[in-house]
Design a protein around this ligand. Structure first.
Ligand code: PLP
Length: 231
């Protein structure tokens, strides 16, 4: 087996253990392999090991990979900050976008999504840890954005996403993820039909799964340390 097949197997085992501990069903969480900054050969190894979905944060880099790997039909998720001038490329190449935080960006993605493609699956990114520097709407603002997205026919609102500030304090990790789950439940009580909580990364996926994550986004634990600087 390749190293990536082995690390993938270890991450899948962590996910299954966390589901068991939480009293949730096996298979209730899907694994998004975050391949940003890693070469195409790593993605091919992961695909050969049965991984289907990949997360990318940099549009230019991602479009190259998507074009080159098209014959293998991976599922592509955009998880990075979105610049308005990149919305057409994103709408044209991705199956999912996790990082919507502005109505204007949602409207541009909607306008750019071609009719021969299925609606773009999207999540609203929420800032659950409260730092000024982090992206995502402030808690409370997700309601207005959700209403706006619901009126856009080429987008399908699937759920909420968060990237909390790292902390080793598991109780704190869980509180932030619980907040995201409560927001999703509140939106569904208002008539939305959200089925996705995109939360949990290499260091805290157990806490996220305990609080109801349905997609965990894992890079380092699968592919190793990213060496390039992230702006
Ligand atoms: C890079 C990244 C990840 C993966 O983080 P790891 O700690 O490497 O698992 C997850 N989500 C987002 C939005 C990212 O940008």
């Amino acid at each position: 087996m390749t190293t990536i097949a082995l690390t993938l197997q270890a991450v899948r085992a962590r996910i299954e253990r966390a589901l068991l501990t939480a009293g949730r069903r096996t298979g209730d969480v899907s694994l998004l392999a975050v391949s940003k900054t890693f070469p195409e050969s790593y993605i091919e190894d992961a695909l050969n090991a049965g991984q289907k979905a990949f997360g990318e944060s940099y549009v230019q880099e991602a479009v190259k990979k998507i074009t080159h790997l098209a014959r293998l039909s991976p599922e592509w998720h955009f998880i990075g900050p979105i610049q308005s001038n990149k919305t057409a490329l994103i709408a044209g190449h991705f199956d999912w976008v996790h990082s919507i935080e502005r109505e204007k960006v949602a409207a541009r993605l909607n306008a750019a999504r071609a009719d021969d493609l299925p609606p773009l699956n999207v999540c609203i990114q929420v800032n659950v840890s409260g730092e000024d520097s982090k992206s995502g709407v402030a808690p409370g603002q997700e309601r207005e954005l959700a209403r706006a997205i619901a009126s856009l026919p080429r987008l399908r609102l699937r759920g909420l996403m968060a990237i909390p500030e790292p902390t080793a304090d598991v109780a704190r990790q869980r509180r932030r993820y619980a907040l995201l789950r409560e927001m999703k439940d509140a939106l569904n009580a208002e008539g939305h039909a959200l089925d996705t909580l995109s939360m949990g990364m290499s260091d805290d996926l157990e806490a996220a799964i305990a609080e109801g994550a349905t997609i965990v986004r894992v890079g380092t634990a699968i592919f190793g340390t990213r060496e390039t600087l992230e702006a």
